[in-house]
Design a protein around this ligand. Structure first.
Ligand SMILES: [Mg+2]
Length: 260
C-alpha cells in the first residue's frame, strides 16, 4: 500500500506533538482559564438579566443607580435590538388592545402617555452619563431637556398615531415641570408628535409630590372632567399605579433609572 507523502508528514507531526512537553503545557493552562472567565461572564450576565427583570416587574426596592456589574449589560441592552424589540411589542400589544375597544362618540375616551423614555428618548443624555450608573443629577438633566433635541421612540410614535386615528383623546402627563413647557412642546412637534388634547406638567402646586401621587391626582382630575382613561403608557410604575388607573397599563422598559 502506498501512503501519500503529505499523510506521512502529518502522521509524523502528530506523533512528535504527542511526545513534546511544550504543546501539552499550552493545552493544559489556557483552557481552564478561558472556561473560568466565560462562566464568570455568564453568571454576571444572568444575574443582571434577573436584576432587569425584577426592575421591570416592580419587584425591586427603590434604587438609585444601576448596579456596577450590570452597567455593561444595560448599555448593550439600551443600544441594541433588545430595547427596540421590547418597545415594539409593548406598542403593538397596546394598539391591539386600543383597537379591541368600542369607543363612545362623545370624545371622552382617553389614552395617557408619559413623555420621557415613553414618547421621547433621553438616551443621548444617558449615554454621556453611564446609562444609569451615575446618580441622577437634576441640574444636568434639566440642561439637556432645555436643548429640546430628544428623539422620538419610534414604536411609541406609531402607537401614538394609531390611537389618535382610532379616535382616542391623547393626554400627555409628564413629571417635567411647567418651566419646560415651551421646549417640551417644540421637542415633541419636532419629533413627530401632534394633536394631543392636553399636556400636563408639574406646576408649583405639585412640587414635592411623589410621582405616583402627582400622576394619580392628575388622572383623578381627568376623570372628574369626564374622561374615561382606557390606556396608559409609561416607563415607570409610578406612571401607571396609584389611583384612577387606566383600564389597561402598558409598561415600557427602562433599566436606567427609577422614579417613585
Ligand atoms: Mg418616563
Amino acid at each position: 500500500m502506498k501512503i501519500p507523502l503529505f499523510k506521512l508528514f502529518l502522521l509524523f507531526s502528530l506523533f512528535s506533538l504527542s511526545l513534546s512537553h511544550e504543546p501539552q503545557n499550552l493545552l493544559v493552562f489556557p483552557r481552564p482559564l478561558i472556561v473560568e472567565y466565560s462562566e464568570l461572564d455568564e453568571d454576571v450576565n444572568l444575574r443582571c438579566t434577573s436584576w432587569r427583570f425584577a426592575g421591570e416587574a416592580n419587584n425591586l426596592s427603590p434604587w438609585k443607580t444601576v448596579p456596577k456589574e450590570c452597567a455593561e449589560q444595560v448599555k448593550e441592552y439600551m443600544t441594541g435590538k433588545g430595547y427596540v424589540y421590547d418597545l415594539e411589542i409593548a406598542s403593538k400589544e397596546a394598539a391591539e388592545f386600543a383597537k379591541s375597544l368600542q369607543l363612545q362618540d362623545d370624545g371622552f375616551d382617553a389614552w395617557v402617555f408619559d413623555i420621557d423614555e415613553t414618547l421621547l428618548s433621553n438616551l443621548p443624555y444617558y449615554a454621556a452619563h453611564g446609562y444609569g450608573l451615575e446618580v441622577f443629577d437634576h441640574k444636568k438633566f434639566d440642561d439637556w431637556v432645555e436643548k429640546g433635541i430628544a428623539p422620538a421612540l419610534e414604536p411609541s410614535l406609531k402607537l401614538y398615531e394609531d390611537v389618535l386615528n382610532m379616535g382616542y383623546k391623547v393626554i400627555l402627563l409628564t413629571g417635567r415641570s411647567e418651566q419646560h413647557r415651551d421646549v417640551t412642546v417644540d421637542n415633541l412637534i419636532n419629533a413627530g408628535f401632534r394633536d394631543w388634547h392636553q399636556l400636563i406638567l408639574r406646576s408649583s402646586d405639585d412640587k414635592g409630590k411623589l410621582a405616583v401621587v402627582y400622576k394619580s391626582d392628575k388622572r383623578s382630575e381627568m376623570e372628574k372632567d369626564g374622561y374615561r382613561i382606557l390606556g396608559n403608557s409609561g416607563d415607570q410604575w409610578s406612571d401607571l399605579l396609584g389611583s384612577s388607573v387606566s383600564v389597561r397599563s402598558f409598561k415600557l422598559p427602562n433599566p436606567m433609572y427609577y422614579i417613585a
